[in-house]
Design a protein around this ligand. Structure first.
Ligand SMILES: [Fe+2]
Ligand SMILES: [Fe+2]
Length: 463
């Protein structure tokens, strides 16, 4: 197998998972990209299921709503680079505030939002020019940003086999009752009911987390008829009195609760092919965050599988493949102002970067049967001599499966263009890696990589 071949479908892992287990864990990564605390989508889903009870929705519709809420931000990484380009600051902070401030309209709140989020740290003149530019182009830019996000989110839901109703609900999440939402400005009953419920629930969750349920309901009331469907606002009043619900949302393990409340009778399961397609879909979510990593996860996967195959790790290949697809899921926590920076990272920026494998571990270890996978995915920056990150593990703690992903990651990263340098030719990549063998990088993985890289022509242009 060569590194440029499409990643082959693996042999079965014999794992069958509840979709709710897998998707609710992966939703934690989407929260990070949105600048929200991990658990935002899961909590919005709990609120949505309560709304579904009040509205007496059918069990099938509840199931559509359930997955739409967990994956409502699936398209969020697709506009991160563009948002950074427009704002010139931390797009995660800007995204966080956009859920509470209507920045796209000319209001005092909107102006304050721009003052806080546009080009922080730059000169006053630079900032005023940038804010004026945003103010002039706000409608086109808002439409562009929301369209990118909505289309991508809908495509991901479709790719992993969710219903059309779920796909459409994600697509229209940011439309407002008065027609002033995005991307199409549709209004009232033109907006799918599920999207209207989702927008209400996510807003309730965000405000309740910041300043408590009472304030959250006040905001919802104020926006009845503008952002939200007035009938849904009236219906959700019942939730305000439910002290047990708000206590539950404060507890540590809301994710376990959300798995419990998947609409009964229509539990969805993920068998091996579906788990693989979900991992592939999330690899796309990860890669699309930065223009410099547009094919990184799939490139690492192809290389890791090729190395593992050459080393005779056939039995482990299905797990290595999934781990490689998801190894950088924690990178969704890193702002694009760091990922796309054309220059040396500051100590603080580097610290944020070093934490991404930690988030990979935290997200993946929660999925049933993914413990080993989470470990080998999260060790991709560890080195045999203890000089790697984030746990400074050493050779005896790093199995060959983990070492093959590390080798593949370095190979793909050096072979691709970065903000601060061009893509390097294969000979140069191998020369750089050789300097870390065998004290920091595994010799057998390097020999396998060399044999694979040298056996194909041309090698340059590996994704
Ligand atoms: Fe990484
Ligand atoms: Fe990576």
């Amino acid at each position: 197998m060569t590194l440029t071949q499409e990643v082959a479908t693996p042999a079965a892992c014999d794992l069958q998972l509840r979709m709710s287990d897998l998707i609710s864990a992966l939703s934690l990564a989407l929260d990070l990209t949105e600048g929200q605390p991990m658990g935002h989508a899961v909590k919005s889903c709990v609120l949505g299921m309560r709304m579904a009870e009040i509205l007496k929705l059918s069990v099938e519709t509840r199931s559509d709503l359930y997955y739409a809420l967990l994956l409502k931000d699936a398209g969020c990484s697709s506009n991160a680079a563009r948002m950074y380009e427009i704002f010139g600051g931390d797009e995660r902070a800007a995204k966080k505030e956009v859920k509470t401030t209507d920045w796209s309209r000319v209001t005092f709140d909107g102006l304050e939002y721009l003052m806080r989020n546009v080009m922080p740290g730059r000169s006053r003149l630079d900032r005023v020019i940038a804010i004026a530019h945003i103010a002039i182009n706000r409608k086109d830019q808002s439409t562009e940003l929301f369209q990118l996000r909505c289309e991508r989110g809908g495509q991901i839901a479709k790719k992993i086999g969710l219903s059309e109703a779920t796909t459409k609900a994600i697509y229209s999440l940011d439309e407002h009752w008065d027609g002033k939402g995005f991307p199409h400005g549709i209004k009232e009953a033109e907006i799918p009911l599920l999207s209207r419920i989702m927008n209400l629930c996510q807003t309730l969750e965000v405000f309740a987390a910041v300043s408590g349920p009472q304030d959250a309901f006040q905001v919802i009331e104020e926006r009845a008829g503008t952002w939200f469907d007035p009938e849904l606002v009236a219906a959700c009043r019942e939730l305000e009195k439910d002290a047990a619900l708000w206590e539950l949302l404060e507890t540590e393990d809301v994710r376990a609760k959300v798995i419990d409340i998947e609409p009964f009778g229509v539990f969805q399961y993920a068998d091996d092919p579906r788990i693989d397609s979900i991992c592939e879909a999330f690899a796309d979510v990860i890669d699309v965050k930065s223009p410099y990593t547009h094919a990184h996860s799939k490139g690492v996967t192809a290389a890791a599988v090729a190395i593992a195959s050459r080393l005779g790790l056939e039995k482990e290949i299905p797990v290595i493949r999934r781990a490689a697809l998801l190894h950088d899921i924690g990178k969704l926590s890193v702002p694009n102002k760091i990922l796309d920076k054309n220059g040396k990272l500051t100590a603080q920026e580097w610290e944020a970067m070093r934490l991404h494998p930690y988030y990979t571990q935290r997200i993946l270890e929660r999925i049933s049967g993914f413990k080993h996978l989470a470990f080998i995915a999260s060790t991709h920056h560890e080195k045999l001599d203890g000089s790697g990150y984030y746990r400074n593990l050493r050779a005896t703690q790093l199995p060959l499966a983990a070492r093959s992903i590390t080798m593949a990651d370095i190979y793909d990263a050096l072979s691709a263009k970065r903000p601060y340098r061009d893509a390097l030719p294969t000979e140069k990549v191998l020369e750089i890696i050789s300097k870390e063998v065998p004290h920091a990088l595994d010799e057998s993985c390097f020999e396998a990589l060399k044999a694979i890289a040298q056996s194909q022509a041309p090698v340059a242009g590996i994704p």
